[in-house]
Design a protein around this ligand. Structure first.
Ligand SMILES: [Zn+2]
Ligand SMILES: [Zn+2]
Length: 425
């Protein structure tokens, strides 16, 4: 950003530089995750630095435009945040008393299907063991017969047992980033002149969104491994990457001659508008990828695509989406997907046999669905049956409301919200 002509002098260089240090240190913490000694050392310097961002701001308050407005608001929010209270307390523990009480845990999650999931936690695997080594050990001793298994390595502090520490520090970072973004914006400096770090992603750019940095979300991928238990093979994480393409929307709008609109309002009220756009896309392209739109209230936080090549990687992709939504504090989701439908045949009804999944059937029907859910319990959904003309072109029928819009795919997200509602932060 330093080469940008619009860059102006940073209104709070000390605090801002310290925040950038925190960003770089967070990546260092991630890199030394499997080395207990280095992990403790790095955490012991990251946490006080997170704390010091606000101290450095306060020292400079006389020169900061609107400080009495935006700073107390941040303090109030921090007071009700478990994470920010933890940062303050931990900083005191680290500098005055002793180390944090770090625990290294291994979490094994068995996904039987969309609705059933079993979680086990064990501390018997030493942190130095890599995920791969642990996985072969776990698979040797205990291998569930079907579904998928996810193995995650977690560091937690005894004083904050529900948060993994990269998550906790990333959350604190994004709150501080939002604070500095507000300070810069009030000072009339959207882009400041601080030099970027050596590490590519550590720049002076500030986001007001309160969501986690993409680089922080992506970095965590290597702390877990996913296995397909039927095939006995690792599911490549690339198949469940949640792609985030900020230019996707602009590109699409252009491609469809400006006819694509992004509906306003919350995800529930946006369902008919998204269905109209999805039909345009479907009829033009003959197919529709799975798109997800994450909301906080009426604000669209993010749009992205989900990629999966099997039912098990689909479950994992939505599980991953659920944890990203938690990190983004998203309280609404809308999904556009092409789906397959089928009814059991006479013969299958007679035999009361297992009904094959629609996607594997020859008599499947094709449909376009748009469905949405919010954390406060509202849902909505529409479906449009897709027909093909002789040339194979898709024609979308008039959409109708879905009887039961809570698709299985939303189960991981509804569960994540329920868990958040039952904790304090
Ligand atoms: Zn700055
Ligand atoms: Zn980064």
């Amino acid at each position: 950003m330093t080469s940008d002509d619009a860059a102006q002098p940073c209104p709070m260089p000390n605090a801002h530089r310290r925040l950038m240090d925190c960003h770089a240190q967070w990546h260092r913490l991630h890199e030394v995750y499997f080395d207990p000694h280095e992990f403790r050392l790095t955490l012991n310097s990251l946490v006080p630095n997170l704390r010091n961002v606000t101290w450095l701001l306060q020292k400079q308050k006389a020169q900061l435009a609107g400080f009495e407005e935006w700073y107390p608001r941040f303090q109030q929010n921090s007071g009700s945040s478990e994470i920010m209270r933890w940062v303050v307390k931990s900083r005191n523990r680290i500098t005055k008393e002793a180390d944090l009480e770090l625990l290294s845990e291994l979490q094994v999650i068995w996904h039987q299907d969309w609705l059933k999931r079993t979680i086990g936690t064990s501390s018997k695997y030493p942190p130095r063991m890599s995920i791969r080594e642990i996985v072969s050990e776990v698979m040797r001793i205990y291998r569930p017969p079907f579904g998928t298994m996810t193995v995650k390595r977690r560091w937690v502090d005894r004083a904050l047992p529900t948060w993994e520490l990269l998550d906790a520090t990333s959350e604190a970072y994004s709150r501080l980033e939002g604070l500095l973004a507000e300070g810069h914006s009030v000072a009339g400096v959207p882009v400041c002149d601080l030099e970027a770090h050596d590490r590519e992603c550590v720049t002076s750019a500030l986001r007001a969104s309160g969501t986690r940095l993409r680089c922080m979300l992506d970095a965590k991928d290597d702390l877990e491994a996913n296995f397909d238990l039927v095939d006995g093979v690792e599911i490549e994480s690339t198949s469940l990457t949640i792609e985030r393409d900020e230019d996707l929307l602009a590109e699409s709008v252009e491609r469809y001659g400006g006819r694509l609109i992004l509906p306003a309002g919350d995800p529930i009220s946006a369902v008919p508008g998204f269905m109209a756009s999805a039909r345009l896309l479907m009829e033009k392209d003959g197919q529709h990828a799975t798109f997800t739109f994450l909301y906080r209230g009426d604000a669209l936080l993010h749009m992205g695509g989900l990629i999966f090549d099997s039912q098990s990687s689909k479950i994992l992709a939505f599980e991953k989406l659920a944890s990203e939504m938690k990190a983004a504090n998203a309280d609404g989701i809308l999904v556009i997907a092409e789906s397959w439908f089928a009814l059991p045949t006479e013969r299958e009804r007679e035999l009361e046999t297992i009904f094959f999944p629609a996607r594997d059937r020859l008599d499947r029907k094709e449909a376009l669905t748009v469905y949405a859910a919010t954390r406060d319990g509202r849902t909505a959904g529409m479906i449009s049956m897709v027909m093909r003309d002789d040339a194979g072109r898709a024609i979308c029928a008039e959409p109708v409301e879905m009887d039961d819009p809570v698709a299985n795919t939303l189960a991981p997200i509804l569960r994540m919200w329920a868990e958040m509602d039952s904790t304090t932060d």
